[in-house]
Write a protein that binds this ligand. Structure first.
Ligand code: ZN
Length: 262
């Protein structure tokens, strides 16, 4: 998997401001004067829950086409192990974007009490394949899996959409419905928190069901993809390129996951 391969394509020197903000843990609030009742549920609504965050693509994918293009089984067909993703017209890459959002989202969910598992440790590696990404969520027994992407659609379309798994009988029967509920919760919170509209160019009311995404097909846990905006659209790209806006996105996504799990 990690065997060195001669780079066949020139990887643009994408500098990535990843890593997100330093985990700025809010100082503990002063004890209230009123007698405190057990409020661990209110303070840590996600205690005991596991959330898997899957930042789409990876920084080394473009320079490792043979590894990335390897075909893998996604139940109803074969697909590339992983892809390079898109980028804005100014060269802000999807892999850096998704890594940054996941890095902002993780500490927010942890402050809510969740155990958070990422499908890749940084933005410098290759893959993992969609099969491995799904397996990470399955093995973690995730209560929710959120795969984060930015779309690369025609520049005229804008807005976001959430993708949920379609039924593959005998494979994901139990998670189609909870995934839809997760999808609706994420859609509602993301719209409310970011003000971004539903995609104008695909999906309906910001929701779409697909059976061609390996990460969803192979998940035995409630799972959704979010295309956070269209990186090829100038208006969306400007927003997605702003750190403060990505923080808003992360806060909104955390609210969506919380709403689903509580
Ligand atoms: Zn993507």
């Amino acid at each position: 998997m990690r065997a060195y391969l001669v780079a066949l394509t020139v990887s643009a020197a994408l500098s990535c401001a990843c890593g997100g903000p330093a985990a700025s843990r809010a100082p503990e609030a002063a004890q209230p004067a009123t007698p405190s009742t057990p409020s661990s549920t209110a303070a840590s609504p996600l205690r005991g829950r596991t959330v898997v965050l899957d930042p789409g693509h990876n920084g080394g994918n473009a320079s490792h086409p043979r590894e990335i293009n390897r075909q893998v089984d996604v139940i109803n067909g074969r697909k590339a192990c992983n892809t390079t993703g898109t980028e804005t017209a100014d060269g802000y890459s999807e892999h850096a974007f998704t890594w940054d959002v996941a890095s902002r989202l993780k500490p927010i969910l942890e402050r809510m009490g969740a155990r958070v598992v990422l499908t890749r440790p940084d933005d410098k590696g290759v893959g993992p394949c969609v099969t491995e990404r799904a397996a990470i969520g399955n093995q973690a027994r995730a209560d929710a899996v959120l795969s984060i992407h930015g779309d690369g659609a025609a520049a005229g379309g804008h807005g976001f959409h959430v993708i949920t798994p379609g039924l593959l009988r005998g494979h994901n029967d139990e998670v189609v419905q909870p995934s839809r509920e997760l999808g609706r919760a994420v859609r509602d919170a993301y719209r409310a928190g970011t003000g971004l509209p539903y995609a104008t160019y695909t999906a309906k009311d910001g929701l779409q069901t697909r059976t061609d995404l390996g990460g969803l097909n192979l998940s035995t846990r409630p799972a959704v993809f979010i295309e956070c905006g269209n990186m090829r659209n100038p208006g969306d790209a400007a927003k997605l390129s702003r750190p403060a806006f990505r923080q808003r996105m992360a806060t909104a996504l955390a609210a969506g996951v919380r709403d689903f799990l509580t």
